[in-house]
Design a protein around this ligand. Structure first.
Ligand SMILES: [Zn+2]
Length: 635
């Protein structure tokens, strides 16, 4: 974290990934064959789904013996659908990988649209089958995928289908379900697309420290918020918010329409019992309401911890209070310290490998295999999409890691984070595909765990080398930033979304009202720990405008505290930990989160104690940072 990060390029960067094992190119025979295979499967699934759909209305009276033909048709439909989704998913992952590396790849963009269309056709084809499975009596369902079913390939379908069956009261008729899914692409989803298009093209005017101003895209302006120069960060933040204000009518229309659509759909689905605004999110998160309440209660009780972290950060920066433009700032430069040195890629990978091997030798070997197979993308070049992610090809089940690596400690931590996700994917090879889809609440367990393992490893190395100073402070800074993000910022987002859902039924909210809601939400959580609040956050934060999922916030805080709970077990279990950890990860796609926690950690996450214990571990980190900050700033 020194001045070199501000120059456009550094000599240190990561390698290109090698995707040839999946597909050599978009125009390769292998890509074309898979595309044809999906189309062939669709041609078979569409009429079959239509036929199954004719039985949806009377599905509650189905009998496994007299309706044996339908049972068999459903079985073959389910396997065909799984195959189509597996192949289509691999094509989509490949296209997405190419677009990430080269945002201007026109052919990738064209194919993305085409594949999305195929995806939507699959959903429509499956609508009747989904209703039959949801409404069929237990005897029929058990014969389909229970122990009584002779085809083991169908057993893996049981978990996800059982969950959908619990939503029976919310399901509409086949016609209504099809109408909704037909209208959604140019309705609900279109608002999300508008947001993406608007934020992808609008210009932010950022005042330059030396005078004058530069116009730039939102992504570039946002990346300035992570720069060491505080004046530049503030200028970027002001430039972003001015752009938000200039487009306030568009942004508020988008948010009102998304919220209004969800409210209207929940109304339609409330015929048997009322559907609350959180219900869909809880279902997708695979947790019950008591668990969410326990988590939010513990977060509320611990928000002072996040504020303490912010105050200590301010002390270290030599300011009275941080501004809203400081919450993503890197650790202040420590001249001459090891934190200022760029860590070459190979050395970085070797550090992560050793940190992983300290947890479980198999994890260390896995990092070597990822490197040898070229499954990591780390180049620093123009046209690459910012950010980092881990992705899996459903067909081969190979995980790949995407990042931009320039050798900073925080980028090394990101690499460990993504390799943690990759290890999760590796472990899931052992379970059926249909049991390997985990919810967002459990998604960040392996990644956050990996970051913690790296942090511990580096701290012990630094201590052993007698050089805990700069690296220690930089690590502690990122601990403090995490505390502020997960105990204050994420809850403030949740608070805003709750308030919006509460207010929206009385009519659309104008930009002023939305700014007011955001200000109140920040005040509730940040208190006096900042010099001001980010009232345009409702417009600038993508997560509020995503149409595939609502309340895209609390699962982050869940994952943070949950992974701390897992990490605590590492110390308790010692040599027995690796096996327990793999067992936990393996079950993330086939159990409710409560069950995963009870079975593998022996804890009840619907009680506040579990979450408060996690907050206790954060308290240790924050206190350590406060001591370091007081020392470094001479107080
Ligand atoms: Zn992640």
């Amino acid at each position: 974290m020194n001045a070199t990060q501000d120059s456009a390029k550094t000599p240190v960067q990561g390698p290109a990934w090698n995707l040839d094992e999946e597909y050599p190119a978009l125009d390769s025979p292998r890509f074309r064959e898979d595309l044809d295979a999906v189309k062939d499967l669709l041609a078979r699934l569409e009429p079959a789904g239509e036929l199954i759909g004719t039985r949806a209305a009377g599905a509650s009276a189905l009998d496994p013996v007299t309706d044996a033909a339908l049972l068999a048709a459903c079985g073959s439909f389910a396997l065909g659908l799984e195959e189509a989704r597996t192949i289509l998913g691999s094509l989509q992952v490949y296209v997405n990988c190419l677009s990430s590396v080269d945002g201007s790849d026109a052919e990738a963009k064209r194919l993305r649209g085409l594949l999305q269309g195929l995806d939507a056709r699959l959903d429509t084809a499956a609508a009747g089958y989904a209703l039959v499975m949801a409404h069929a009596p237990d005897a029929f369902f058990d014969a389909f995928c229970g122990p009584a079913c002779a085809d083991p390939a169908l057993h893996g379908h049981r978990f996800l289908l059982s969950r959908e069956r619990r939503l029976r009261p919310r399901l509409l008729s086949l016609d209504m379900e099809r109408t909704l899914s037909t209208m959604a692409p140019d309705g609900l989803a279109a608002w999300g697309n508008l947001y993406t298009n608007l934020t992808g093209t609008l210009r932010c005017t950022v005042a330059q420290p030396g005078g004058g101003a530069t116009a730039m895209g939102l992504a570039s302006a946002s990346s300035l918020l992570k720069r060491p120069d505080r004046t530049l960060r503030e200028a970027a933040w002001r430039g972003i918010n001015e752009a938000m204000a200039a487009h306030q009518e568009s942004f508020s229309s988008i948010l009102n329409a998304i919220s209004g659509w969800r409210q209207a759909e929940a109304g339609l689905r409330s015929r048997v019992e009322p559907v609350g605004c959180l219900d869909e999110s809880l279902h997708m998160s695979r947790i019950g309401r008591p668990t969410l309440d326990a988590l939010m209660g513990a977060l509320r009780q611990s928000r002072e911890l996040g504020r303490r972290a912010l105050r200590a950060q301010a002390r270290l920066c030599g300011v009275e209070r941080l501004g809203p433009w400081d919450i993503l700032a890197p650790a202040p430069a420590s001249p001459g310290g090891p934190a200022g040195r760029a860590i070459p890629w190979d050395e970085g990978v070797s550090i992560v490998r050793r940190a992983f091997a300290a947890v479980d030798p198999a994890m260390g070997e896995f990092v070597d295999r990822m490197a040898a197979a070229g499954r990591m993308e780390g180049r620093d070049m123009d046209g690459k999409r910012p950010g980092a992610y881990c992705t899996r090809f459903p067909k081969s089940r190979n995980p790949y890691v995407y990042t931009t690596y320039r050798g900073s400690l925080s980028e090394l931590s990101t690499l460990a984070h993504e390799l943690g996700h990759a290890w999760h994917g590796e472990v899931l090879r052992a379970v059926p595909r249909m049991e390997s889809r985990y919810p967002m609440t459990l998604a960040e367990t392996a990644s956050t765990f990996a970051e913690a393992a790296l942090g511990d490893f580096l701290a012990s190395e630094a201590a052993a080398g007698g050089d805990a100073g700069a690296a220690g402070l930089e690590l502690a800074w990122s601990d403090a930033q995490d505390a502020a993000t997960f105990l204050v910022n994420i809850p403030a987002r949740f608070e805003f979304e709750c308030r919006l859902r509460e207010a929206r039924p009385s009519g659309p909210l104008g930009p002023d009202a939305l700014c007011g809601l955001m200000r109140a939400s920040w005040e509730e959580w940040y208190g006096d720990s900042l010099s001001g609040y980010d009232e345009w956050y409702w417009a600038s934060k993508l997560h509020f405008h995503m149409t595939g999922t609502s309340f895209y916030n609390y699962p982050y805080s869940f994952g943070y505290l949950f992974s701390l709970g897992v990490y605590a077990r590492r110390r308790e279990l010692g040599p027995r930990f690796p096996e327990a950890y793999v067992g936990l990860l393996r079950d993330t796609g086939r159990m409710e989160a409560e069950e995963v926690a009870a079975r593998h950690l022996g804890v009840d996450i619907s009680r506040p104690d579990f979450w408060l214990a996690g907050a206790g571990m954060v308290e240790e980190k924050v206190s350590r940072f406060e001591r370091l900050a007081a020392g470094a700033s001479g107080h």
